[in-house]
Design a protein around this ligand. Sequence first.
Ligand code: AMP
Length: 410
Amino acid sequence: MKITPVRGTHDFFGQQVIKYRTIQDLISHYSVIYNFEEIITPIFESTELFKKPLGENSDVVLKEMYTFKDKNEDFLTLRPEYTTPMIRSAISNNLLEKLPKKLYGIGPMFRRERPQKGRYRQFNQINFEILGTHDISADIDLIILANNFLKNLLPEKKINLFINSLGDKNTITNFSIALGNYFKQNKKKLTEESQSKIVLNPIRILDSKDPTDIEINLNAPQISDFYSNEAKEKFSNIQKILKDMSVDFSINMNLVRGLDYYCHTVFEFKTSDLGSQDTLIGGGRYDGLTKLLGGPDIPGVGWAGGIERLIMLMDDIKPLQKNIHLIIINESFKEYGLKVANQLRQKNISIHFDYKYNLKKSLSHANQLGARFAIIIGEEEVEKNLCTLKDLNKNIQEKKTIENIIKDLS
Ligand code: AMP
């Protein structure tokens, strides 16, 4: 029986694991610098958590959720994104008493999309969220956090930041009506997929990557014509501060994001090195979302980044060298050798042991791996309660007590 991986899923091994952990470490470093608390939520939630907030007509809800009926007839869904579960958790655990609340999380998400390069059905996301402030400083903080993280992780890569504002609720409603009318007039020129969105979700047509749709989108009404004064001011202040802070960005009026809950600021960091799945990080404001999920009427802003896509852009990382090799030259000295290794490891000294009991083979293996030291255990060492420490670079060796070896190697 040969069982193959499920379509759209993948395993992490070798370099991918090293890169995954590097990203995780960097994220936990930034979480300290920017003062975010980690939150870990279940992988499945009630389906209701996603349906309305993400939009009953969004692609995610209509086509991509892994939903199943539990034995007690409840509908459960493998989380397709992390913002709503994080807010649900903040509400369930009364974490919203002191605001703002700054939360982050890392973990797998599930969407039944068509798999392709950079697009999986199980993928991993990093999420940062700030709940409880309208202040554009929070939007700026999150954009700069993403910008610094990407520059640190991928210093050689060209990554572009695009921003837009979706205005407030009236902006989106009025813009949606105007867009619907425009697309109705041009219905025949749109692709079939976009035609199906005209009535229920005309804003999503702006996301289309099809050249025929892109052509029609060029003359579509612009969201900026529907901004309130407040929305206009917010957006121009954000641009001014980003410029003052020397953050490069471009405005993309067609940037609308895939989920229904966004308003005001939206942004995406994109690369040209990955083909069509080019968004590394995407985010924005979601001021009505916490209330919609049964919590207090507080605003929020956040972003999500895809770990698989980041890994695809990272250069290989040299694994930590297995620097100190334990060589037990005969199996009869095993017990003493393992005791030595245990004492050293308890002092946080990393010891590599190949279970070979063969001096020649193990020394040549240690040299091949570029090891710095070998600790050799033979008859004399066992009798005198010593170890031989061999410096493989200098090719000198000396018998020492374990205490002295610990001193030398710490
Ligand atoms: P979204 O929640 O759709 O805004 O996605 C945020 C980020 O998650 C994207 O910018 C991608 O980097 C990543 N992402 C989203 N969907 C997938 C997927 N199916 N496979 C891999 N990464 C994804």
